[in-house]
Design a protein around this ligand. Sequence first.
Ligand code: S3P
Length: 165
Amino acid sequence: MKIILIGFMGSGKSSVAGKLSNLFNWPVIEMDQLVLEKTKSKNMDALFAKGGELLLRETELALSEEIASFKESIISTGGGVVLNKIILERLKEPKGKIFFLRASFKTLSMRLANDASRPLFKDILEAESLYNFRQPLYLKAADHVIDADQKTVEEIAEEIFQKAR
Ligand code: S3P
């Protein structure tokens, strides 16, 4: 089985994936990291400078084909994978459960206030409208919704661990 974590930037996917990896004893697949490796980019800004958002989305799509065959693993996705149905279908194959880490925009924007590493979170108003646009997509894709606002990384990981078993 695969555990797939989805959610907006700053929702804690990578940190929770690390905890889940210990609980399940499965490896973490960090999609953003693999995208950077595949495109030989040192960070997301460099990737966007090279090929814009299109390069990111094309690389995520190619990567999802490779990940589809993985077995027991924790997949930490980039916040935009819900834009592509094919990626979601591939991630779920053969057996995958999607967990949406839901947090309020207020929480996310406070977390990312001093983090300049995300090209799509540079303008707060644009980020908020992207957040609003994406919420129904995360909900539709999710097998489980985890309210992440008031919980620690450990609590979220434990909740997912119980729900996945
Ligand atoms: C993006 C989210 C980022 C990264 C890229 C675009 C998005 O990943 O893939 O900057 O479209 O939401 P995180 O959700 O891990 O920050």
